[in-house]
Ligand binder design. Structure first.
Ligand code: PEP
Ligand code: MG
Length: 585
């Protein structure tokens, strides 16, 4: 460690629990800068040879990453094959070699020139698919230039060492690669607790801190880093004493996680006999095993839009079906709640022409997009219906704003059913269809919606965003993101009451459901089911098993008499510490 570098502590937003200690790794998206420079005549062939070596090394790396993937039909495998084909393209090789020889340029400058020319050409192409190839070219260009400079290329799947990734932001495409990677944790400048980067980190159990604002500026390459995902701290160039202190904390965290795993198999029954279902939120089928190990009673939210990421084409009915079937079969008789696509907002798909909107969170996203693109929507619904014969499937719509929109979505389900019938394809005719309640208008007309569906699922991430007018991915207003705001508690109470009056169960699948601090309040509000990232299940279960439902209900009645989130937060923390002294809130 460089003794001259002083330890610095940065405070961000805690996104995913756990302690990571290791070397930092700066994940840079910019192309490395090549400066125009020439070499003497005698050195020209050395530059040509250096370029050939960098190209060969790049091919080797891409092939090695690709060959670790078992499923050759998977998109990631296909993308890496495209990269390999681009690296093998003789035009790239010949043009660069010629540019080096004719101008006596250094290899990086010559390659940079050829690359920029090609990128300009791709940039001018109208066809979105071909324009996407430009992005592939940029990525492999980045890799070759990094190899020429003798550095590690820049992608999560290429990282082989256990490191803490430091980045301005991670795209959903980056986070999908975390699953099989060796990274210990990550820290980003932007993001909030409910941004998808944070949600994915929690699902995968990778410690993360987001919204650090200037971590990429503060981080000096290659230094050691400590990341505390629970406190939301990142410590750069820590002293040896601090490293020792955090190594102890990491040990204690692992012990706590092991202790909690004992709760996984136990049912979620309160001391006075009320049973709740604790479900998992998943983004990828691969998460099913973690969810089952954590004691999930099923899947309460399967975010299917992740099927659109990291790929160049649209998934067809067959692919949807096979993917859902994998999850449904894993859970056997336990329910799997498949949410129809929630694209748009902070979730995007490069192959769909989602308009550049001034205000994407309020734009053409989720069910609105699906009702505009009915073929894409119906494709998915048919696949969900087909998967329903393999277990217990429930389907739900995101971002329902009122009854008319729900009717329109139901009409598409009816059409899909009729089509399957004509094709004589079996499906579960009694499959439950529910609505997410995550727009204030839906909460207000929950009594009307309750007559039309088999269940509700409250999406607090969006409900809070829209009710309190706070952009959920904006770190500058995250302090206003208050699940305990009296308005939010009243909305939740209203939704639960409306659901129960109509005789349907009410679930919650927003991040609030997985925060142990809120478990007692949610029990008191009468929720039937809580769906969360798998790693949160054992802790929430431990709290609920020690709770008394009717006392929680009384306590919530008192909480609702207070008028600010601050007051409610203080009273709740005190209560939780008294009731559950062994827990940490
Ligand atoms: C929510 O809004 O609370 C929710 C669960 O959906 P998402 O986070 O995917 O928007
Ligand atoms: Mg939502």
């Amino acid at each position: 460690m460089d003794a001259r570098r002083k330890m610095r502590v940065l405070k961000g937003i805690p996104a995913s629990d756990g302690i990571a200690i290791g070397q930092g790794y700066f994940l840079n998206r910019a192309l490395p800068r090549a400066v125009q420079s020439t070499v003497s005549h005698e050195k020209v062939e050395e530059e040509v040879a250096a370029f050939h070596r960098a190209l060969a090394r790049s091919k080797e790396q891409v092939r090695a990453i690709r060959d670790t993937l078992e499923d050759h039909s998977a998109e990631h495998y296909q993308i890496l094959s495209v990269h390999l084909a681009l690296l093998e393209d003789s035009m790239l090789l010949e043009q660069t070699t010629r540019t080096i020889r004719e101008n006596q340029f250094t290899a990086d400058w010559a390659f940079n020139k050829v690359l920029q020319n090609l990128l300009d050409t791709f940039h001018r192409i109208e066809d979105p698919y071909l324009r996407e190839r430009g992005a592939d070219l940029r990525q492999i260009g980045h890799r070759v230039l990094e190899n020429l400079a003798g550095r590690q290329p820049d992608s999560i799947s290429a990282i082989k060492d256990p490191v803490v990734v430091i980045a301005h932001d991670l795209s959903p495409a980056d986070t999908t690669q975390i699953l099989n990677s060796s990274i210990l944790g990550f820290a980003t400048d932007v993001g909030s607790r409910t941004s998808h980067t944070a949600i994915t980190a929690r699902s995968l159990g990778v410690p993360a801190v987001v919204g650090l604002e200037r971590i990429t500026e503060e981080y000096s390459a290659e230094g050691p880093v400590i990341l505390d995902g629970e406190a939301g701290l990142v410590i750069l160039d820590p002293t040896e004493e601090t490293v020792r202190e955090y190594a102890e904390k990491r040990k204690a965290f692992s012990q706590r996680t092991r202790d909690l795993s004992r709760f996984a198999r136990l049912p979620t029954v309160t001391r006075d006999g009320k049973t709740l279902s604790l479900m998992a939120n998943i983004e990828f089928p691969e998460e099913s095993a973690i969810a089952i190990r954590s004691g999930a009673d099923g899947v309460g939210l399967y975010r299917t839009e992740f099927l659109f990421l990291n790929r160049k084409d649209l998934p067809g009915e067959e692919e949807h079906y096979e993917t859902y079937r994998k999850v449904v079969e894993k859970f056997r008789r336990n329910p799997v709640t498949i949410r129809t696509f929630d694209l748009g907002g902070d979730k995007f798909a490069s192959q769909l022409d989602l308009a550049d909107e001034m205000n994407p969170a309020m734009g053409l996203r989720a069910i609105r997009f699906c009702l505009r693109e009915k073929d894409i929507f119906k494709n998915q619904i048919r696949a969900i219906l087909r998967a329903s014969v393999h277990g217990r499937v429930r389907m739900m719509f995101p971002m329902i704003s009122g009854v008319a929109e729900l009717h329109e979505a139901m009409a598409v389900v009816d059409e899909a059913r009729a089509e399957l019938k004509r094709r004589r394809v079996p499906f579960d005719k009694g499959m439950s269809v529910g609505a997410m309640i995550e727009i204030p208008s839906a909460a207000i007309v929950a009594d009307l919606l309750a007559k039309e569906v088999s269940f509700f699922s409250i999406g607090t991430n969006d409900l809070i965003q829209y009710a309190l007018a706070i952009d959920r991915v904006n770190e500058h207003v995250s302090y206003l993101y208050e699940p305990l705001h009296p308005a939010i508690l009243r909305l939740i109470r209203r939704i639960v009451e409306a659901g129960h009056e109509a005789g349907i169960p009410v679930s919650m699948c927003g991040e609030m459901a997985g925060e142990p601090l809120y478990s007692y309040v949610l029990l008191g509000l009468g929720l039937d089911e809580l769906s969360m990232n798998s790693t949160a299940i054992p802790r929430v279960k431990r709290i609920l098993r020690k709770s008394v439902a009717f006392e929680a209900k009384e306590f919530v009645g008192e909480l609702l008499l207070h008028s600010t989130a601050g007051e409610i937060d203080r009273i709740l923390r005190k209560k939780m510490e008294d009731l559950f002294p062994a827990e940490r809130f």
